[in-house]
Design a protein around this ligand. Structure first.
Ligand code: AMP
Ligand code: MG
Length: 421
């Protein structure tokens, strides 16, 4: 089947020195994939004429579509537009619609429009202008020797707007795009090699047009089945059948048969029960509440959090007994259980999570090395506590603890539900 490949070139010195993380490529790649365009390559180059031209020449030799972002700002360090003019043999002409729009933006802001800003409306005479309703730099669509080259601003929300409004509708009209379908599930509690051992025979029955991908992170592994062909109708039954088989194979670790994060799963589990959650966070410092509150709709289930980092806050706000802290220490089963009880009562929540651990790099001891974490989950009637051992750096330990704690609560609820049936 003919397929159209694309390359993404992101431009900007800030990408090469690690000051800005290239999120544009990930967004564009995902959107292209959804409409059946495979990404061949992604690369980043600095704001340098020779580098930009070399990247354009190289990618145009091998891809049907080249999308570039960045370097369209009004300042001297942004050189993409003049470089494109040279590459495509264009002359800059004032684009009236863009000029009017820029004037409108400045009038609305109550600021005088400068010549530097109006120059953003000088655009190559041999491109289609892609209107940018979120900023002053429009996108540009060129075609040369059968290759489509699309230039977009680097500012992520402007790039996304032009992709959605202008680029994707045009690309969808291209002939011969294959259909690409994905089915994704989330597992927790097993590493990817354990899962791979379990899936050996499943993988051996997959036809060549269906691929299985392992995406591990923070104690979880996402599994994605991808099928490619010419019609969704033909692909779907086969893919769904294999996805069902996959779910059965990994049933003991399955969290959800969808591409959803753990915090969303917890939110849905609690919503379905009409139940609420509160967290008492020492070592995670509010990270669990951050994950939950990042989900739209979390106000339905989330009561709040006490970040009880210091011991005196554990006892004064969460009523952890001072004797418990003295006798067992802050990182102990007894302390997290009392923290949990305290937060459930104080915040009148149905369920709670409590964390206390040593995140490193300092603070470890032979009995409680860095990475020792106690987590308690439960409700007013019963609770469970568990010790986790992590061994990474501080940030990763915090993230692993948060995801581990959410999964611990999910399993606790699941078990109670099963026991009561
Ligand atoms: P520019 O169009 O080069 O002026 O880019 C404007 C701003 O967009 C930069 O300062 C970056 O913060 C951001 N930016 C540029 N390229 C990217 C990228 N590939 N991913 C995420 N942000 C970017
Ligand atoms: Mg730039």
């Amino acid at each position: 089947m003919p397929s159209i490949n694309a390359s993404i070139i992101t431009i900007g010195d800030e990408l090469l020195i690690g000051q800005t993380i290239d999120t544009n490529s990930a967004f564009i790649a995902k959107k292209l994939n959804e409409i059946g365009i495979w990404l061949r390559r992604r690369l980043a180059v600095g704001d340098l004429k020779n580098e930009i031209i070399a990247a354009l020449e190289e990618e145009s030799r091998n891809a049907g579509i080249v999308i570039i972002t960045g370097g369209l700002g009004p300042t001297a360090d942004d050189i993409t537009k003049p470089v494109l003019c040279e590459y495509f043999g264009s002359t800059l002409v004032r684009h009236k619609e863009t000029e009017t729009f820029i004037n409108e933006i400045f009038t609305r802001l109550g600021r005088p429009v400068g010549e530097r800003n109006l120059k953003q409306a000088d655009l190559p005479d041999n491109c289609q202008v892609l209107f940018n309703k979120r900023g002053t730099a429009p996108g540009m669509w060129f075609e040369k020797n059968g290759v489509i080259c699309i230039s977009l601003p680097g500012v992520p929300h402007e790039m996304k707007g032009i992709m959605e409004d202008e680029v994707l509708p045009r690309l969808k009209k291209l002939q011969g795009l294959p259909v690409i379908l994905h089915r994704t599930l989330l597992t927790a509690g097993a590493g990817e090699s354990v899962i791979a051992d379990k899936l050996e025979s499943f993988e051996s029955i997959l036809p060549s047009h269906i691929k299985l991908a392992y995406l591990p992170s923070y104690g979880q592994v996402k599994l994605r089945l991808t099928s490619q062909g010419s019609s969704a109708q033909a692909l779907e039954p086969e893919l769904d059948d294999l996805f069902d088989k996959l779910k059965t194979e990994v049933a003991e670790w399955l969290v959800i048969d969808d591409d959803l994060p753990m915090e969303k799963v917890i939110m849905e589990v609690l919503s379905a029960k009409g139940a609420t959650l509160a967290t008492a966070e020492s070592c995670t410092g509010g990270y669990i509440s951050h994950l939950i509150t990042s989900m739209p709709g979390s106000s339905k289930i989330f009561k709040g959090s006490v970040v009880a980092y210091a011991n005196d806050v554990k006892s004064s706000v969460l009523q952890v007994d001072k004797n418990t802290l003295d006798k067992y220490g802050a990182v102990s089963e007894q302390t997290v259980k009392e923290m949990l009880q305290g937060v459930i009562q104080n915040l009148s929540a149905d369920y709670g999570i409590a964390t206390s651990g040593i995140m490193g790099p300092d603070g470890g001891s032979p009995e409680k090395p860095v990475g020792t974490v106690w987590v308690a989950v439960g409700n007013i009637e019963s609770m469970e506590a568990k010790k986790f051992h992590y061994r990474f750096d501080r940030q990763r330990n915090i993230e692993l603890t948060a995801l581990g704690a959410l999964d611990f609560l999910r399993r606790f609820i699941l078990k109670k539900d099963q026991d009561s049936h």
